[in-house]
Ligand binder design. Structure first.
Ligand SMILES: [Zn+2]
Ligand SMILES: [Zn+2]
Length: 258
């Protein structure tokens, strides 16, 4: 499985910046997990290949350029863009984003080929298919309805925590998978901001290290993501000090193969 954390900003050479401002993981060039930077970080060729987007929750950093992405592709979509999300998240997207005020309600619109966007409600705790992948979603502990995911193909399983604080169902799911190749887990705030992390339901390196004790697998890559750009260096240092085997920070723009 090929996974890229799409960059959201670029340095003055046009190279992906290390800071992660938005969240969008591109899997095997065809499925996106969240859509923060989807409209700004893909080439035209890549843009045409994505047909399925899983939205874990409706926070802006995870959906920021989703409306723009569909808008860009509007005339060329020969099949609707499928947005996979829980019914609660679909309702929030319709109410707060695709509401004719913030952006058009694409789920009501058609081009010459037919509908341009289709919601696919996802079940909790039950496997479902997205393109060539099998996905299981469970609720995690964030301030809006949010799912964590395990995404598998024939050979590989990768877990995505999305945004969360201390949680239980996600670890039950992750630990139930036969073999886990990688865990992509959030580490949003430095240890000194534990209070803010708690109220906004995110991890710090310290709370993440406690949480990782619930993980029964070992030997997989543990990729820290969602580091708040303003505190990145501090968080990176605190993560390194944990000396957890396999733990490193995921780099935007880099392709990882599992
Ligand atoms: Zn969030
Ligand atoms: Zn977020």
């Amino acid at each position: 499985m090929r996974i890229k954390l799409l960059p959201s900003t670029f340095d003055d050479q046009g190279v992906a910046a290390l800071e992660q401002r938005l969240t969008c993981f591109l899997i095997d060039d065809s499925v996106a997990v969240d859509a923060g930077s989807i409209a700004i970080a893909l080439t035209n060729e890549q843009r045409g290949k994505v047909k399925d987007i899983i939205v874990t929750h409706p926070h802006m950093d995870h959906i920021a350029s989703l409306p723009i992405f569909i808008d860009d592709l509007y005339p060329t979509l020969e099949e609707p863009m499928r947005v996979h999300a829980t019914p609660e998240v679909i309702e929030l997207l319709e109410r707060d984003v695709f509401n004719w005020n913030v952006y058009p309600r694409f789920s009501d619109l058609k081009n010459d080929y037919g509908p341009v966007m289709e919601y696919v409600p996802i079940p909790i705790g039950q496997p479902f298919s997205v393109a060539h992948l099998t996905v299981i979603a469970v609720q995690v502990n964030h301030i809006v309805p949010t799912v964590g995911l395990v995404v598998s193909d024939d050979r590989t399983s990768v877990a995505f925590s999305s945004d969360t604080a201390e949680t239980e169902e996600f670890w039950k799911l992750v630990n139930s998978v036969n073999h886990l190749d990688a865990l992509l887990i959030e580490a949003s705030f430095p240890n000194g901001m534990a209070r803010l992390a708690e109220v906004s339901r995110h991890f710090t390196p310290a709370s993440l290290s406690e949480e990782l004790k619930k993980l029964t697998h070992n030997g997989m890559d543990i990729m820290a993501v969602h580091l708040k750009p303003s505190y990145r260096q501090e968080i990176v240092q605190q993560l390194e000090e944990l000396r957890i085997p396999g733990l490193r920070v995921m780099e935007p723009g880099k392709i990882y193969n599992w």
